[in-house]
Design a protein around this ligand. Structure first.
Ligand SMILES: CC(=O)SCCNC(=O)CCNC(=O)[C@H](O)C(C)(C)COP(=O)(O)OP(=O)(O)OC[C@H]1O[C@@H](n2cnc3c(N)ncnc32)[C@H](O)[C@@H]1OP(=O)(O)O
Ligand SMILES: N[C@@H](CCO)C(=O)O
Length: 378
């Protein structure tokens, strides 16, 4: 599933790792998970950019969203990264100054141990892959940090599910996070976020090809994954943007009103756009990983077992940077305002202005450059 060949981690030589944006694999040993599951031999895929300094004080952890990978920025392959605008030589997260680390989330399909990985019995984990929470993924990432010789991050940042992981880092390991940027995310997944996620999860589970999750070696549940992406993608964009881009226009020469039977009609542009987004994800993502990561995000709640959100956040010691997209209908700015209000001290909420909705945390990150630089990277 990965697009570039993983190289083995050279143990205990974090500072000597070539910071070249090349995918590497860190064995992190057996992992006991929050809800009782166990991964006897877990590994995390990760990439690094820049060099770790002598006292390991310049390490920055960048965490991806639901369908992202560790490929944040360009590296050896020059393949573009999902936060190229923010991370690279001379960028706000300047890889000439900082040692940047990004890892594929536990349960994912870009090199970390996930449902498509081989279980100890030699078969893919499939349906047997255990439930993983955001907190589990952070504990796994802490083992990677240990292997790289990083006891404290200069900063941890992420958007959407990456923001959930960043915030969980600050709560689980307060002394290991000096600065924390949480973009387009909340302190806990809301009822509506859980509801949208459940519809996606069901779309995959109800695909006849799903076979309870044990579909490897046969057809994959592509229709279900495609439907899940369609549902998700609508929430990632705004009503205003979809209207301005597509309105009621027909796709090319297709005729949405040109048939007597619905099955024979052509598509509106908005339909064709969703078909394209679905096909794009199906071509690069494993449905079981989509389930595992989606259910991990449903589990996101920094207050679980820690009292109220205010009490949970009171244990953090990091400086926080909170941002939201003004048109985000999935993780609305009011949720970021609530998070900021619950954090210790006074934390402003920076607004990304974009018609695009939630996805603007990926496409318009340049807007936060100055604020983020001033806050964390001056
Ligand atoms: C291999 C890896 O490592 S993948 C990991 C990286 N990926 C991630 O991190 C996931 C996050 N990324 C994403 O979710 C998306 O790529 C985003 C949010 C960045 C895309 O956002 P935008 O740039 O605004 O793209 P937008 O929503 O406009 O979609 C553009 C696509 O829709 C297509 N499109 C536009 N209109 C139509 C239409 N009417 N019919 C069909 N397709 C259409 C475009 O041709 C374009 O196709 P392409 O992406 O294949 O070139
Ligand atoms: N487009 C993003 C949205 C999730 O926040 C992704 O696919 O990861």
């Amino acid at each position: 599933m990965t697009t570039y060949p993983p190289a083995p981690l050279q143990h205990g030589v974090g500072g000597a790792l070539p910071g070249d944006g090349q995918l590497r694999i860190a064995p992190i040993g057996p992992l006991d998970l929050e809800t009782g599951g166990r991964l006897p031999r877990a590994q995390l895929a990760f990439e690094t950019w820049g060099e770790l300094n002598h006292d390991a004080s310049n390490a920055v952890l960048v965490l991806h969203a639901l369908t992202g990978s560790s490929h944040v920025a360009r590296g050896a392959t020059d393949e573009h990264g999902w936060w190229d605008a923010l991370v690279g030589p001379g960028r706000t997260v300047d890889t000439d100054r900082y040692f940047v680390v990004s890892s594929n989330m536990l349960g994912g399909c870009y090199g970390s141990t996930g449902p498509a990985s081989t279980a100890p019995d030699g078969r893919p984990w499939g349906s047997r892959f255990p439930f993983v929470t955001i907190r589990d993924s952070v504990r796994a990432e802490a083992l990677l940090a240990d292997a790289l010789g990083i006891s404290t991050w200069h900063s941890v940042l992420g958007g959407s599910m990456g923001g959930a992981r960043a915030l969980e880092w600050a709560c689980t390991f307060p002394r290991r996070v000096r600065r924390c940027a949480v973009i387009a995310c909340t302190a806990a997944s809301t009822a509506e976020q859980i509801a949208f996620a459940q519809a996606q999860v069901q779309a995959i589970r109800l695909d006849p090809a799903f076979h309870g999750g044990d579909y490897y070696g046969g057809p994959h549940p592509e229709a279900g994954l495609g439907l899940a992406r369609r549902i998700a993608h609508i929430t990632y964009r705004s009503e205003r943007e979809l209207e301005a881009r597509f309105g009621r226009a027909a796709q090319g020469s297709e005729q949405p009103l040109g048939a007597v039977l619905p099955a024979d009609r052509g598509r509106y542009q908005a339909e064709s756009y969703l078909d394209h987004q679905a096909a794009e994800l199906v071509s690069r993502f494993d449905a079981n990983s989509y389930l595992i990561l989606t259910e991990a995000l449903m589990s996101h709640d920094i207050a679980r077992g820690r009292g109220t959100p205010v009490e949970a956040l009171a244990t953090t010691t990091a400086d926080f940077f909170v941002a939201a997209v003004d048109t985000d209908r999935l993780y609305g700015p009011e949720q970021s305002r609530q998070l900021a209000a619950d954090l210790p001290g006074t934390v402003p909420v920076r607004l990304i202005s974009s018609p695009a909705g939630h996805d603007a945390f990926l496409t318009e990150i340049g807007q936060l450059d100055h604020a983020l630089r001033a806050a964390f990277y001056a």
